[in-house]
Ligand binder design. Sequence first.
Ligand SMILES: [Zn+2]
Ligand SMILES: [Zn+2]
Length: 156
Amino acid sequence: MLKTAELFHVAFSPTAPDAKLKQQLPIWHHLGLENEQICNNGIRETCLWQNHDITTVGDLVAFTTRVQPETHRPSMKCNCETCRLDCIAGCTKPHSCESVAVKLLNKLPKKFDPRSFEGGGPTVQNEITNDSDEGGEDNTTFNPCLITCDNLTDSA
Ligand SMILES: [Zn+2]
Ligand SMILES: [Zn+2]
């Protein structure tokens, strides 16, 4: 099992800097949004920005995936530890903020959404060739999948 994990880690390692970069991008006025801007001037957006200290895409992902206590209820009246801490920080509606945070992440184009890496989706190959700045033009023509398919056809 460990060896398999290592293999996967090695295989996916070229995507790691990319995923990291996506996390570091500022969520407010995100560069990847052409038609629709995410602004921090809505009530909940302001709360996410000021009270939950969310400035980057990574902050937002961490906020939406944070582990809630068992006593947490998806309600404005929840009095669990996490919601209480949010209230102390100045948030009046922690649950609403979570919903808005998820919606904001969903607005991101897939190639800027760091969550698409968590499931190991089929778009990973495209992500590498499109987003990599270091390889130059050769990168765009390289397609490991095609090479594999050719090999399979030859040997059959
Ligand atoms: Zn709660
Ligand atoms: Zn809030």
